[in-house]
Unconditional design. Sequence first.
Length: 267
Amino acid sequence: MIVTNGRRLRLGEALRASVVGLVRAWRWAWGAMAVCALVWALRPVMVGVLGWVWGAGALVAGLVLIGALARTAISDDREAARRLGLGAAGLQLGLPELRLLGAALLCAVFMAMILSVVALVLLAVFGMAELNAEAIRLRDWAEVGPIWKLALLALVTLLALYGALVMLVRLSLFAPATLGRGHMVSLNSMGIAQGRFWPLLGGLVVVVGLPILGLLILTATGFLTGMAGWIVWAVMISVFQAPLALAFLGAAYRRLEYWTPQGATHD
């Protein structure tokens, strides 16, 4: 794995690298993509007890896929990816996948705590604002409260949501960091992304937001409906959106990582 010393993340360069990484993922991890797409495509027909079986299978398939994609995203070549544990066609399941699951759970718990605190703070602020509850119920916005108070509440809400978004983006490198460092990395991934919020956010909007938005538009306009629509979602997420997102995160991680196996920083 190549790790740069300057810890600079140029958005255009990382996005170009993610396209290259997407093609590499198709070549090295096509089996994991196919399995994940197949498992998720079967969700509508898995009812009752089969739904629990499907849930376990979907978790395993997702871990296999993310593990394969993270390995390909941070490796210079196929041999390097294999040294990290990449299996044939991206099919492998071992301790690194369990580390990914643990890191994901820790990040999820941390974000749940952050969002809970944000929600409590906003509830307290809105409660102290003494807005006209009856006017809100009747949607008589002119009588809810003074304009300055509403503007201040809107600003506080935006700042709170911005803080939560910063935490979420800074945690986004946990998967490539866990595979790259060889141990579970959850909250420590925020140190890798420190000071690079805007390029990371911009890249995530492109590689995650735009593909999802496109699928949502096609669904809302009636092009993706029923079982066929669900299958298209499953295939697109497994074969395009997830590989592209991990390729970008891997490219970002390679440019921002400062850790060495000995625990020292790079010169």
